[in-house]
Design a protein around this ligand. Structure first.
Ligand SMILES: Nc1ncnc2c1ncn2[C@@H]1O[C@H](COP(=O)(O)OP(=O)(O)O)[C@@H](O)[C@H]1O
Ligand SMILES: [Mg+2]
Length: 307
């Protein structure tokens, strides 16, 4: 599969502090890639290196086939972590201005700006100055200004932060539309729900290091599936159930089972039937991304907060 973005063993230090250490990742063309990590994990530093705003100390980068994003800047869209547009400009003018900086002709840029504002429910605000818009609306305008030149690759740093739930949904819609057009998207976040819904692949970063890289379902399988079991029999035969690696009594006839990675809960259920156990309850709980995130980054995030 062709890649839109590749990092090989990229590191960056500030003085003696290692902000990013040996980071490698590969983002397939047309995919949505989540860049997940707690505060201080090195997400923004990595994005700045991808964009060519910071030079890595070591390692190699490839952005749309080029070693420097600067050479392909008109094909890349960027939403910085520090949000804010020139407050005296109108929404349409701000979007059009950024599009012209990325090579779109003036008239065409203005047409696109209005189309985008209409498409995402901001048409009535096209001629309003940014300073009169709410923070969330201003942020949406900034997102549109990052995509009005029709980029092949977008890099969004914490695009969801500061948006209310309704505007978060609009932003999800924008990302889904971009993907449908074939655009490759990388966004950073520390809110797992967005990543879980949107990402094809993700990287979990902690203390400047990649702790996990893969699909959402691969990430989930980092932690075991658990089954809560309740049987009519007070002491059922639960030894040697397939794929069960840990069994814990939780009271009379109540048990918690922990499965081995990749083991199937339905095989356990079948085995219970074969043993003619009378089940009151059989609840399967798969770990979600939030739990996996806390499990992986918990130690490094705590260290960082003590620094
Ligand atoms: N210019 C800089 N000088 C010194 N330290 C920096 C600089 N930029 C970032 N850092 C440090 O690098 C670490 C990673 O920062 P950052 O990439 O902004 O993390 P994130 O975006 O994941 O919250 C933080 O501890 C931060 O304080
Ligand atoms: Mg950041």
């Amino acid at each position: 599969m062709p890649t839109a973005l590749e990092l090989r063993n990229v590191s960056k230090s500030f003085g003696t502090f290692h902000a990013v250490q040996g980071l490698s990742l590969s983002v397939p063309v047309g995919s949505v890639y989540g860049f997940l990590g707690p505060n201080g994990a090195g997400k923004t530093t990595s994005l700045r290196m991808i964009l060519g705003m910071l030079l890595p100390d070591t390692g190699e980068l490839s952005v749309l086939g080029s070693p420097s994003a600067m050479a392909v800047r008109n094909r890349v869209g960027y939403l910085p972590e520090e949000k804010g547009l020139y407050r005296k400009m109108t929404a349409a003018a701000a979007i059009a201005y950024f599009a012209t900086l990325k090579g779109v002709a003036y008239g065409e840029a203005h047409i696109r700006a209005r189309k985008l504002l209409d498409r995402y429910g901001l048409g009535a605000f096209a001629d309003k100055k940014i300073e009169t818009l709410s923070k969330g609306m201003g942020q949406k305008v900034q997102v549109l200004s990052a995509i009005a030149h029709d980029p092949e690759l977008v890099l969004f740093d914490e695009p969801f932060s500061g948006l209310d739930p309704v505007n978060q949904e609009v932003l999800e819609e924008i990302l889904i539309d971009l993907k449908a057009r074939g655009c490759t998207i990388l966004f950073s976040t520390h809110v797992m729900a967005h990543a879980e819904r949107l990402c094809d692949r993700l990287l979990i970063l902690g203390g400047g290091r990649g702790l996990f890289e893969g699909t959402v379902s691969e990430a989930r399988s980092v932690l075991p599936v658990r089954i809560s079991l309740e049987t009519v029999e007070p002491t059922p035969l639960l030894e040697a159930l397939p794929g069960v690696r840990h069994l814990e009594a939780r009271g009379e006839g109540r048990w918690q089972l922990e499965l081995e990675p990749g083991a199937s809960a339905s095989a356990v259920l079948e085995a219970c039937f074969e043993r003619s156990l009378r089940l009151r309850r059989f609840d399967v709980r798969e770990p979600d991304l939030h739990e996996v995130f806390v499990h992986l980054v918990g130690p490094s995030a705590r260290e960082a907060s003590l620094r």
